[in-house]
Design a protein around this ligand. Sequence first.
Ligand code: FMN
Length: 694
Amino acid sequence: HYPHLFEPLDLGFTTLKNRLVMGSMHTGLEDRFYNYGKLAAYFAERARGGVAMMITGGISPNRAGWLLPAGGTMNTKADVLNHQRVTRAVHKYDGKIIMQILHSGRYGYHPFIVSASPIKSPITPFKPRKMSIKNIEQTVEDFARSARLAKQAGYDGVEIMGSEGYLLNQFLSRHVNKREDKYGGDIHNRMKLAVDVVKAVRAAVGEDFIIVFRLSVIDLVKDGNTMEEVITVAKALEEAGVTIMNTGIGWHEARVPTIVTSVPRAAFVDYTAEVKKHISIPMMAANRINMPDTAEGIVADGQADLIQMARPFLADANWVNKAKNGQADRINTCIACNQACLDHTFENKRSTCLVNPQACYETELVYKKTKKPQKVAIIGGGVAGMSAAHVAALRGHEVTLFEAKDILGGQFNYAKVIPGKEEFFETIRYYINELEHLGVEIKRNTLVDKDMLEKAKFHHVIVATGVVPRSLEGKLEGADLPQVISYAELLSGEKSVGDTVAVIGAGGIGFDVSEYLTANHGQPLDELGPETLKDPSYRPTPQSVDEWREEWGVNAEPQYQTEGGLIKPEGITPVRQVYLMQRSKGRLGRGLNKTTGWVHRAHIKSHGVIQVSGAQYEKITNEGIWITNNQGQSQLLRVDSVVVCAGQESVTDLMPNVGDAPDAQYHLIGGAKLAAELDAKRAIREGAEVAAAI
Ligand code: FMN
């Protein structure tokens, strides 16, 4: 299986056992010394899963470079001892681990930040101080000292973070570097800091130590480098002593999405391949590579020598072993949702994974084999129920899963048909395969009633009956008209809409629906029909990389000569006119997640969605929908159809009433417990936690 991925890579002084590398992720665990045991367990689990090499989250070489105040460090003997716990744990499983040195420059979230020039970034509140020559020279030494200490701590190498708009990238590009000394001006001057850092690190660690450099192969910001400049830098870094060149994509402040789920798989590999042509050290591809077929194709085609995946290893610690054993269809695929990893980072919470709540909780959420197998009924085959069934069965319980409909996956079946969310298919596929493999008895088309549960004598009943969309019938005049439909009726292909549509409710689902209604890729669901959509093996087709680049204004030419690889986005002709409305005042989509919300807001803007906030709905008639607008005026929006996305209600019919004393123990999880805004992260975690505890 995947012969190119599993061919070892000889680095001269050492060998990587395969081509798969876990990319750097700051999880939050590395910032506190008392979490290093957990950090060690997290990495050990992935080393055991077969990955050749892992890169730690970014560790700053000095205080100015901290991302957050008091972030993880590698400055003292005590740091060395903490990090040794990590390296020893990894080496036990024949894995390699290298430490990333990341100086945040102007992206740091504290008042002592520095940069090439004193220009504030649009995404952080502090203005950096311009670095003096002495500062710069000291910083070079700090990188070297961190690397030397990393070697003492048992790391197999270091990665020098030179992309994503952090300090070295700030020097490399005219976007921030306005200096007129030897560190500013043409690319030879702008790359001096990066080159000096690599030379100093190489001198500090000797020849037999891996140095990876994470190079921005496409900046995606105004004044960013051209490919010619990127190649100049790559060659100089090779010369300075880099062992492996890694790919970085886009600055954090770029207004082009680089890692969210709507970015097609391997969307940036062409730029990596271009750099590879000009250097002779191994080159690593990165970003939105999440399945073995994609990874194998890249190496087989000679576009890269190594594949870095970051979030996919949060989703599945065993990714590599599964690929090796031909079990790709059992991989828990990263859906690039960011909801439990990167969003947590920005909320200052420990990272984990929406589809794998064990990630970064390896020592806390443990699925122990049970000594006393019990009969467990799980009612509801959405992700909450499937997660519970999976963990209960893994632990050796006798599990029956009941689903009222003929398809498992619940709300994920609606999510997967939203253009740009096709990856959600993979989660359903994963769970179905796992449940079958673990011998869970699955009863589809089975509406359970209380009587039946009592008779079947289960020890545990886990109620995961989910939600129904909230209807406005009886609450809003005209809500019972045939042109008024729920998002579920729309996304299941049961009902159609006309050319102008009002969407009531601008939460996550209102946004999703608006994107579906306006996107000019993807197949109309009413044409596909409910029968196709009921087939769990129906896999929607994602947008092509070319279309995606045109939409977001990314230069498709690998030797791009435009600044940062940007071009003017292609004008979009939306397929429908949509009004997206909310009752509350203020900007739409404020409640969307930090790292993905802006992409959704940009999408509806570019697709001409008219945003209406502060709307009071008066009535729906055959002419359209009457609202009282922000200014208190009554207004008719002429629309053919209305899609209601006004939240959902929990289904809890099966829970025993207070006072009843059923034989079985009952547990309520997921949307059935709390409908609010649909929350798959909580649903999957609750399923796992309940099943881990019975
Ligand atoms: N990249 C870095 O170079 N340094 C970091 O410290 C870092 N922290 C990250 C933290 C989280 C929670 C996530 C999700 C990503 C982080 N990244 C960091 C970016 C990843 O290395 C990677 O480029 C990105 O997740 C896209 O690749 P993927 O699709 O394989 O996940």
